[in-house]
Design a binder for this molecule. Structure first.
Ligand code: ADP
Ligand code: MG
Length: 702
């Protein structure tokens, strides 16, 4: 076994009592422990004379104990140890709470380093609960004072002090044996700190600039591994076989001409990129990104048409049944003149548009639909993740389209594209993902780095006239008045309830019901109010959507997650409760749901937090109307969780944090490219290859 993989239970230097506690922190091997990096540092390297201490300043002093005693507080609830210490410049009072044993360790005449914050209390200025270390002639290292002290994320019962105490001897003993996984030439070219020095400096830095260099090195290393992983996947994909699907220019032209509008330049460009990708003979892996309403569906329809006319089938996966049905109907409309069989696979009845009856929708049994799909008689099959089921077989699947791709797991995605591998020769279908979630640049280069990205920046119908207002809780009346005004004009409104952590649909349902009660009984008793949440059946949901579209519902109270992509052109108001729980980019997506008819609309936000920062963050929605810009702010303020899911813990912490640093990400990417171009299988870098395979095992993009 490799040294670093040694379980901490077998390391005799670690006191027994610590082992369980480390386990709780998820530290089980020597490597885990050595690579448990501090969150920040406290600089106690300079000794401050007592006379120069400032109130609220954190500092380290060197002083002699003049007096020390325990006293009981008058309520006898606890014991205070108080001491007077002095240096050449003055005397300072020290108090410790509830540590009576201190009088046994600290004696008058002892010399101490004391590190703490100068507080100003009724009893004058003093140090409360400072960390101290006794100065003795034998002692060579001080871990907690008179140095740059590492501060770790602390959990209930394990303090930074303990971690320092446990780590130091281990680092002394093992740092020299940690192998360097980064190639020498990179260390040289980028002047990175070598691992054996860096591992020491990141924990017990000799200077702050060294600490920074050490951290930089490990951040680089993690991003570099991430890039190697993602780029290898990307290049590996080029070695796979996919059907060559050529652009049928005449048909494409005819399609474009048949549309009731002309395509935007971005749509044309994206469509062309897709068509070019699909003729290459290796699988397309493209992400089509564009704000809500940017017109992704028509691009998908064009790619589907071209695929079908090359005699290959298309699978189009949507996150919900309602959306699947909406896409099915849109495709029917766009493709009505092109002689195609389009099927809709749902949990209930299944539908088919047949070439013979292009204007009709025919109900057929699931069994027949699946048979027809298997025989290759269905050109385009639309559905939810039901498309992944084992029993869904295609004859010649050429293209997989996934709408709102972030709502599917990567495994679900992989499943759908892997299916046809053995069926008809050995090939993978092309993959087109679509998303309205803007992807900050650093993420496009890392976790999405295996995908090519097409952007739809232009909004076909021009920018929407949506006014965004962040309200304070006191302005509720105003917001309700606005809603009423719009409804009196014949418009409709959405009220979105706060998202519940952990996606607990039961609690969510309760919140929605309460809001519904409140609005329908107290605020708008005279209006028609509907309700939509995840616990409803598909039939119930469909009925609500229908009622909404027909205007039978004036205000829809809904959870945030149920129906992405619903299209109700008459809706001109959306009120979001608990807006602080959402990312700005996500709120921007909600905003895209209103004003689709081109009318002036209102996006109203309430937050449950009284924090100034939260308010400021939400306020930026009033000014910024660019999804990508908002996404970059989210990344900075909230971290990458909004974009890659909270559960993607496989990515090491430092890499997660460094996903903000575009320069470092680019450097890591360039370096990874360089090495893969030279040596794709990393034959000359066995340690790196090994580290990468470990990384692969730990990383799980879901
Ligand atoms: P999204 O990108 O949010 O999926 P859709 O594809 O649903 O957007 O398109 C939104 C609306 O805009 C649809 O009604 C669609 O028909 C329409 N649309 C798409 N492209 C154009 C265009 N170039 N000009 C005018 N309208 C368009
Ligand atoms: Mg869409």
């Amino acid at each position: 076994m490799e040294l670093l993989d040694k379980p901490i239970s077998e390391i005799k230097e670690i006191p027994q009592s610590f082992k369980k506690k480390f386990q709780k922190l998820g530290i089980s091997t020597l490597k885990d422990l050595l690579f448990y990096f501090p969150r920040r540092y406290e600089n106690f390297s300079k000794i401050v004379p007592i006379s120069q201490l400032k109130i609220n300043q954190t500092a380290c002093i060197e002083a002699e104990v003049k007096f020390i005693e325990n006293i009981k507080t008058y309520k006898k609830k606890f014991i205070i140890t108080q001491a007077l210490v002095s240096d050449d410049t003055g005397t300072l009072k020290i108090v410790w709470f509830n540590q009576p044993f201190l009088t046994r360790t600290i004696k008058e005449g002892d010399k101490l380093y004391l590190a703490g914050k100068l507080a100003y209390t009724k009893a004058g200025p003093l140090f409360q609960n400072p960390v101290f270390e006794k100065i003795t002639p034998e002692k060579k290292v001080y871990l907690h004072t008179k140095r740059i002290v590492p501060i770790y994320s602390e959990t209930e019962r394990i303090s930074s002090k303990w971690i320092r105490f446990a780590l130091y001897p281990l680092l002394k003993k093992f740092a020299k044996e940690i192998p360097e996984v980064l190639p020498d030439f990179l260390i040289r070219e980028l002047s990175l700190m070598p691992v054996q020095e860096a591992i020491f400096e990141i924990h017990f830095p000799s200077s702050l600039s060294k600490a920074k260099k050490a951290r930089y090195r490990f951040a680089f290393q993690e991003l570099f591994l991430l890039e190697l992983f993602i780029l290898k996947e990307k290049y590996q994909n080029r070695l796979e076989k996919a059907p060559k699907i050529f652009p049928k220019i005449e048909i494409v032209k005819e399609f474009v001409k048949s549309l009731p509008f002309s395509l935007t330049n971005d749509q044309k460009k994206a469509a062309w990129q897709i068509l070019k990708d699909m003729e290459k003979g290796f699988p397309m892996m493209r992400l089509l990104q564009g704000d809500v309403g940017s017109g992704k569906t028509v691009v998908a329809a064009l790619a589907s048409l071209n695929t079908a006319k090359n005699s290959y089938q298309v699978a189009f996966m949507a996150p919900t049944e309602i959306l699947a049905k909406q896409h099915f109907e849109t495709f029917r409309e766009f493709l009505k003149d092109f002689n195609l069989n389009i099927g809709l696979l749902t949990s209930k009845k299944d539908l088919l548009i047949s070439k013979k009856l292009p204007k009709e929708i025919i109900e057929i049994s699931k069994k027949r639909l699946l048979e027809k799909t298997k025989k290759g008689e269905i050109d385009i099959l639309v559905g939810t993740h039901s498309l992944i089921q084992e029993k869904v077989k295609f004859k010649r699947l050429g293209l997989v389209i996934i709408d709102e791709q972030h709502r599917f797991g990567i495994y679900q995605r992989a499943e759908l594209t892997r299916k046809e591998k053995s069926e008809e020769g050995d090939y993978l279908p092309h993959l087109l993902s679509m998303t309205a979630t803007p992807i900050p640049r650093t993420l496009a280069l890392t976790v999405y780095g295996n995908l090519d990205i097409s952007l739809l920046k232009e909004m076909p119908k021009g920018p929407r006239k949506v006014k965004t207002i962040v309200f304070s809780p006191k302005q509720r009346e105003k917001a309700y008045k606005l809603i009423r005004q719009e409804i009196e004009k014949g418009r409709q409104a959405f009220v979105i309830c706060p998202r519940i952590e952990m996606n607990n649909s039961k609690i969510e349902m309760k919140a929605v019901k309460e809001e519904y009660e409140k609005l329908s009984k107290k605020i708008f008793p005279d209006l028609k109010i509907g309700i939509l949440h995840g616990k409803m059946s598909v039939t119930e949901k469909e009925k609500v959507m229908k009622d909404l579209k027909r205007g039978k519902i004036q205000i829809l109270v809904s959870t945030s997650v149920v129906e992405v992509g619903i299209d109700v052109p008459n809706a001109t108001v959306m009120l979001v409760e608990g807006a602080e729980r959402f990312g700005l980019a996500q709120l921007h997506q909600f905003r895209g749901r209103i004003g689709r008819g081109g009318d002036k609309s209102y996006f109203l936000l309430f937050s449950e937090s009284s924090s100034r920062k939260v308010y400021q963050r939400l306020k930026s929605l009033e000014k910024i109307n660019n999804g990508l810009e908002l996404a970059e702010i989210d990344l900075k303020l909230r971290g990458p969780g909004d974009f890659i899911g909270k559960r993607q813990w496989g990515i090491p912490d430092l890499a997660m944090a460094s996903l903000q640093d575009i320069e470092l990400v680019e450097l890591a990417r360039e370096s990874a490219k360089k090495i893969l171009e030279k040596d794709f299988f990393l034959k000359n870098y066995p340690l790196l290859a090994k580290e990468l395979s470990k990384f692969k095992k730990e990383i799980h993009f879901e």
